[in-house]
Design a binder for this molecule. Structure first.
Ligand SMILES: [Zn+2]
Length: 424
């Protein structure tokens, strides 16, 4: 027994960290401007130890043959809702919030997490639970403890909006009923501050606010909205979040919402469909990020327009030139889909790549939006979103060359997370 203990202390690395070598047909490391061609990635335990040439692979090594595949960093989706399973219409949303218990919704969330991981998403920022309280903290815990498979999660818990401005709307049902809400409602700076403190105490990594509502097209052709918070309220939220070393995500669709959210201290603008050049310049100046979520906008626009929300469709029709302008101006655009806003089973999150390329990114820029740029958004540069020495071994492989045909990102055939093979 004593001898064994001595051995254990003498050779801890040999005993504990297993080495695996991924033989890559073509390596895209997330960082370099070009693909690196044939390389081998040495994985030791949870981390990437080094990148070597094929002829340096030791004869007796434990090799995984991906020599006919393109190998990339594990993907990061910066905007998801695992507690939601598609809501084109208010009915679909209400049905989930009113008819499904939080335990039932959490079981469904575990399926969503597995789907995401199998599609190559090894990290997700989940931006609020839509009425499922702190169930996202439990999902994250279950994944981290190995109870269920899923991406590494950064969670925002309940989301915050001011009173009366978020579904389920009070006017939709009898006023005798007290309808549950998809967010935590606040009134005034003190309640806003309290909500931030409360959410952080229960495990929020991010604070999510809904900055504007009621979108419309103005006579001059631009889009307007109503800011949801008073200056005191949004300042209180931002100040308390940043002071607690957390980060603020702001749902904001038009310049009215985007500008005051950015000025208050939001790190990310979610959707931003009617983004203006002034907003783009401020994003660049602040080093903040735009998360455009085009997959969901494309998915819901027509359905919502039919139901009378015409402004959604109008904003979407003008999104392409705006996106192109933002790319030209050097706005940090991070990959986000709003999965959960669409059914996890119906659409792959990777569909988002095709929109980015169609709208003006190079395939490499699109890939980096879901790797290094997204890691930067999470303040995890060097650890996530890249295949470099010392980063977490979150690695995927796809059939074909996504730099030629970006749709290849939808055919993930290998997934490793934390050095552990999740799909092969
Ligand atoms: Zn969302």
């Amino acid at each position: 027994m004593k001898k064994l203990l001595v051995l254990f202390f003498l050779f801890p690395v040999v005993l504990m960290a297993q080495t695996t070598i991924l033989k890559c047909g073509n390596l895209i490391d997330g960082k370099s401007a070009q693909a690196l061609g044939k390389k081998a990635v040495v994985v030791e335990g949870k981390l990437i130890r080094e990148i070597i040439e094929w002829d340096k692979i030791p004869a007796n090594a434990n090799v995984i043959d991906l020599s006919s595949k393109t190998v990339l960093p594990g993907l990061i989706d910066c905007h998801t809702h695992v507690l939601l399973q598609g809501d084109i219409t208010a009915e679909e949303y209400n049905a989930q919030v009113l008819k499904e218990s939080i335990p039932y919704r959490t079981l469904r969330a575990s399926v969503a997490c597995k789907i995401a991981l199998m599609n190559g998403f090894t990290t997700m920022r989940d931006v609020e639970t839509e009425g499922a309280m702190y169930a996202d903290v439990d999902v994250k815990k279950a994944i981290n403890n190995g109870i269920i498979p899923g991406p590494r999660m950064y969670v925002a818990t309940r989301g915050i909006n001011t009173y009366g401005h978020y579904p389920i709307s009070n006017g939709e049902y009898s006023w005798e009923l007290h309808m549950p809400k998809g967010i935590q409602e606040v009134n005034g700076a003190d309640e806003a501050r309290k909500a931030v403190r409360e959410q952080i105490s229960y495990g929020a990594d991010w604070i999510k606010i809904y900055a504007d509502r009621s979108y419309y097209k103005k006579n001059d052709g631009t889009f307007g909205s109503i800011p949801n918070f008073t200056q005191e309220e949004i300042s209180a939220v931002a100040e308390e979040t940043i002071k607690s070393r957390k980060m603020l995500a702001a749902h904001a669709i038009t310049p009215d919402g985007i500008l005051y959210a950015l000025k208050a201290g939001a790190r990310t603008i979610e959707h931003g469909t009617a983004i203006s050049e002034e907003c783009m310049d401020l994003l660049v100046q602040k080093g903040a990020f735009w998360v455009p979520t085009i997959t969901v906008i494309d998915y819901v626009a027509e359905g919502r327009a039919k139901l009378g929300a015409v402004s959604y469709f109008q904003m979407y029709q003008e999104l392409q030139p705006r996106f192109k302008k933002a790319v030209q101006k050097g706005v940090k655009i991070a990959f986000g889909t709003d999965a959960g806003g669409f059914d996890w089973q119906k659409l792959p999150q990777s569909r988002e790549f095709s929109f980015y390329v169609k709208y003006g990114m190079t395939p490499m820029q699109a890939i980096q939006s879901a790797t290094t740029v997204a890691a930067d958004l999470l303040d995890k540069a060097g650890q996530l979103g890249e295949i470099t020495k010392g980063a977490f071994a979150d690695i995927i492989a796809v059939d074909g060359d996504p730099l030629q045909k970006i749709e290849a990102m939808e055919k993930v055939i290998f997934v490793m997370k934390d050095g552990k093979i999740e799909k092969q």
